[in-house]
Design a protein around this ligand. Sequence first.
Ligand SMILES: O=c1[nH]c(=O)c2[nH]c(=O)[nH]c2[nH]1
Length: 319
Amino acid sequence: MSQEPTYAISYGKMHVPVYRVYAQPLAGIQPIPESLFTSRSNTLWAFEVDVEVFGQNFLPAYTEGDNSAVVATDSMKNFVLREALDYTGSTLEDFLYVLGQHFLDTYEQMERLQLTARELPFSLVPVPQRGYASFTESGILFRRTHDDYAVAELSFERSERGPVVTFQRSGRVGLELLKVTGSSFTRFVQDEYTTLPERVDRPLFVYLDVHWKYAHHEDFVGRDLARYVAAEQVRDVVQVVFHEFVSESIQHLVHEIGLRLFQRYPQICELSFAAQNRTRDQISVSESDEKIRVYSDPFSAYGLIKLTLQREVRMTEEV
Ligand SMILES: O=c1[nH]c(=O)c2[nH]c(=O)[nH]c2[nH]1
């Protein structure tokens, strides 16, 4: 006799685009030496949200075609958009925190919930000031940039005290950074498979995703943003360390970036990096000046270097 299957169920809505205008400005974050970033107007605050809902209560929809407990994913999309209008805060993490609680408070058949937000980056356009003597940022016209962007992920489940966060991760993803000099890769294993030449100075091109976890939820929700980690600052720390540090490898580089981020943000307990090696192949070197070179696309496979750093963070630690 065949056994009954066991089921793992989830469903939801992916890529709900949200363009909220005149959201609460992001202010009150701590400045850091690597970054000019201290605030964001949120005049245009654009992102997309994924909603994934878990619960055995939805099983009859699969096994019997009984939709009586099913919240239509179209309604989930409307819920997200309504919440975006009502939201009074200024960060992706806090928005997801409020959204997740409201979902679970509204729909008792939802047992667990996973929410993801990805920023849709826009930047203010520079325009001449009156009289055209100098330039300033237009406060109203934005350019869509297909650049690196912030992400946030939160998971919730129910407890006797109401919805609780079971997972949190923030990130800055899609960085693409090329440093023309000041990176090497030498003294690696040499054997019958080795064709890569040692390079004491290579133009290192990396695609990089950085994620971090807070030790305490209090630091990423609510209005007091003194312990909030702005993804723009994290991007700037990555850039500054890459600029300054002469690395022996991407492994060496991401470790150095990790140490600097831990130093800047005592409230972070985990950092993870996924770095793709996108370094181009050297094609030719100028005979008159060996600094002048041409590079082109390499073999299409690329190296992937990952690192996760964890530490214990005590609640009393000073910023
Ligand atoms: O920084 C690097 N790390 C590696 O592990 C590696 N492997 C490789 O072929 N090139 C590089 N570069």
